[in-house]
Design a binder for this molecule. Structure first.
Ligand SMILES: [Cu+2]
Length: 125
């Protein structure tokens, strides 16, 4: 191997490592919902190659509004599924889509894109 081949190999290895970290070990971004006037817990979630935050903590028994702002046109994120609440929603690009739900039971409820690639969870406490 000459020097340029070694450099390319090192870069490639670093990139693979980064991709692995990004998908499997990236730290979760946790947000706790804030109850506004009227007692509705609001959380803003940015959708771009994932959900940010991707762990949303809410209080049991108080209505929740999840405001998904889809900041991309990548088709992966165009659909949102929250199966435990029977929710399936289209998220139009560059718009905020509010998903309303009533968290009556404590637990952890996953939400995903239509293909199950992007993941987050709603934690009801
Ligand atoms: Cu997807």
């Amino acid at each position: 191997m000459d020097t340029s081949q070694i450099i390319v190999t090192l870069l490639g290895t670093g990139l693979i490592g980064f991709v692995g970290w990004f998908f499997f070990a990236a730290p979760h971004r946790v947000a706790t919902a804030v109850a506004g006037s009227g007692g509705v817990q609001q959380v803003d979630i940015r959708v771009k190659g994932g959900y940010s935050p991707d762990v949303i903590e809410v209080r049991q028994g108080q209505p929740v509004h999840l405001n998904f702002y889809r900041d991309e046109t990548a088709s992966c994120s165009e659909e949102l599924l929250l199966p435990d609440f029977g929710i399936r929603r289209e998220l139009p690009a560059f718009q905020t889509t509010t998903v309303e739900l009533q968290p009556d039971k404590a637990g952890t409820y996953p939400f995903t894109c239509g293909m199950g690639m992007l993941r987050g969870s709603l934690v009801v406490k």
